[in-house]
Design a protein around this ligand. Structure first.
Ligand SMILES: [Zn+2]
Length: 277
């Protein structure tokens, strides 16, 4: 699933081709991709609109339109947003085509049809409940510690909770916990101040590296020109079961935490000590 670095890479790639352009046509091949409003209303309200900006919020793309409305796209597992010339060969998974006024098109290619599109007057209807952005300049280690101080659950599912913090998914959570040397099943309220500080910096570091490497392509993810990212070549634990830990040489293990496949080093990321043992 595209996470913060992948969606950020897509947002950056969309700005040059889209900002200032106008939608001149809308073709919907799979109506269920349009979460709201109804397809005909979406078409009526999009055609003629100019794109003022493309932003990322969590794992969502937010297009600000000249009407004041926001077009919001969630790519889910396999969604791709591609810029193509009109007339370029259609893929059978191009389920939504937004025609631009310069002879190009924005195509939403969605193999599994799980992605969703929203057109709303107030973006907070969709993204208002998301937690803070981990890469924001004003999101400090103290803010992160304060968020954690009210939580008692396991740390990895907490990092995946988009209302706790926006944008981190399964791959970057595993990478950050490894970098911070914290076991994914540690309880949030047992982390020391030093561990919280390490985790804060680790989260930001793995996300920034993901953006610099234009995202992680394990299967479906592509940028707006259809290219793979390269961050998969830099992963320290994800998908490395039985391969030696790059820090200590111990074989990396895979387990399931909160229903999600989880990779960690059993030596570098020790479980919490037994109390009173
Ligand atoms: Zn290790």
């Amino acid at each position: 699933m595209p996470e913060l670095p992948e969606v950020e890479t897509i947002a950056q790639g969309l700005r040059e081709p889209l900002v200032g352009r106008q939608f001149t046509g809308v073709h919907v091949g799979w109506a269920d991709l349009i979460a709201r409003p109804a397809v005909e209303e979406l078409k009526r309200r999009l055609v003629g609109q100019r794109i003022l900006d493309v932003q990322r919020r969590g794992k969502y793309l937010v297009f600000a339109l000249s009407s004041g409305a926001s077009l919001i796209v969630h790519l889910r597992m396999t969604g791709r947003l591609l810029i193509k010339n009109s007339g370029a060969e259609l893929d059978k998974h191009d389920h939504l085509i937004l025609v631009l006024d310069d002879g190009r098109e924005l195509r939403f290619n969605e193999m599994r049809k799980l992605g969703r599109v929203y057109l709303v007057d107030d973006e907070d209807e969709i993204v208002g409940d998301l937690g803070p952005e981990p890469l924001d300049d004003d999101f400090t280690a103290a803010d992160f510690a304060a968020l954690l101080s009210t939580r008692r659950g396991m740390i990895k599912p907490l990092l995946l909770n988009q209302r706790f913090m926006a944008g981190v998914g399964n791959i970057y959570a595993d990478e950050a916990l490894f970098a911070a040397r914290i076991h994914p099943e540690r309880r949030a309220d047992t982390l020391t101040a030093e561990e919280i500080e390490r985790l804060y910096h680790a989260i930001r570091q793995v996300l920034r590296q993901g953006i610099e490497n234009r995202g992680t392509t394990l299967t479906a993810y592509r940028d707006v020109e259809g290219r793979e990212g390269v961050n998969q070549e830099y992963l320290q634990v994800s998908r490395r079961t039985d391969e030696p830990c790059l820090r200590c040489g111990t074989p990396i293990e895979r387990t399931v935490v909160g229903g999600r496949g989880t990779y960690f080093c059993p030596k570098c990321q020790k479980p919490a000590l037994e109390v009173g043992g």
